[in-house]
Design a binder for this molecule. Structure first.
Ligand code: A2H
Length: 253
């Protein structure tokens, strides 16, 4: 952990349809006219065109927190505390939790992913999601994140084992960023470093560092409103666009 605060983009993935277990838990807890969002924290807002699913830690604890009369966020208690004190909730400093989930309850929930070529994606499990970072929710962009690519590959391969529908993990991976080596940098690196599972932690760390550096410093947008612009330049623009549209907000820790 560095000493400087990490500036995340918190993205609002609106719940379209709850998984059966989650539906039971949430019943009667949120007003009819309010929306509930899963809220992943990302450092790569410019990649949001490539979202294919949303990860939660299956054994982690989540709450449904009231952000305003009309909006509730599914995040960890830790993130809710940070948000309350960053003035993100309508009542500053007030944490109001209306329901509790275990990550596994949420698997299969359908959410709307802002900017994505796949506007409707599912919530899927990822063991390596940390309770101590971000919101405990991670949006999955397998084109540009080696961790995400290794995970969706494993989920599709072992759908029964994970208790999910194979098609939830098999959405098309569309190129978002062109770099000197590839326009699908994460799949390229996963193959090159012979990563065969999400448990190959050491190689995944190496792939993550390579992908992050090359994507940020040598990447050019292939899609979206800033197509043809360098990632370095496009990143804050995509972020601003999402925030202006009410689909994201700044979150730091
Ligand atoms: B990033 P840093 Cl395309 N547990 O978003 C594990 N990982 C988490 C997390 C948690 N609780 N919260 C956030 N993250 C992930 C996109 C992305 C990300 C791409 C490429 C690289 C990348 C899509 N997933 O991260 O330790 C989120 O994934 C590699 C650095 O705070 C978030 O950004 O630096 C990133 O890790 C934050 O990691």
């Amino acid at each position: 952990e560095g000493v400087l605060p990490q500036e995340y983009t918190a993205l609002k993935l609106k719940v379209l349809e709850w998984a059966p277990k989650a539906a039971e838990v949430i019943k009667g807890k949120v007003p009819e006219d309010a929306s509930v969002f899963l809220v992943p924290a990302t450092l790569r807002p410019e990649t949001m065109y490539g979202q294919v699913c949303c990860f939660v830690g299956p054994t982690l604890a989540y709450g449904v927190f009231k952000a305003s009369e009309k909006e509730y966020y599914v995040i960890t208690e830790r993130a809710a505390k940070n948000m309350a004190y960053q003035g993100i909730f309508e009542k500053e400093g007030v944490i109001e939790k209306v329901a509790d989930f275990q990550g596994s309850d949420l698997i299969g929930t359908e959410v709307h992913a802002p900017l994505s070529f796949h506007p409707k994606v599912r919530v899927l499990p990822m063991e390596s999601v940390l309770a101590t970072k971000g919101t405990g929710v991670v949006t999955s962009v397998p084109s540009d994140s080696p961790d995400d690519f290794a995970m969706v590959t494993d989920l599709a391969k072992k759908a029964d084992f994970y208790g999910i529908k194979k098609e939830w993990a098999e959405l098309e991976i569309i190129p978002i960023i062109q770099t000197p080596t590839s326009d699908l940098l994460a799949p390229y690196l996963v193959k090159k470093l012979k990563i065969s599972s999400p448990k190959d932690a050491k190689q995944l760390l190496e792939a993550k560092e390579l992908a992050y550096k090359e994507g940020f410093y040598a990447g050019v947008m292939k899609v979206g409103d800033f197509k043809g612009e360098k990632v370095e330049i496009a990143k804050p623009k995509v972020r601003e666009q999402l925030i202006k549209a009410g689909e994201a907000f700044a979150y730091s820790e």
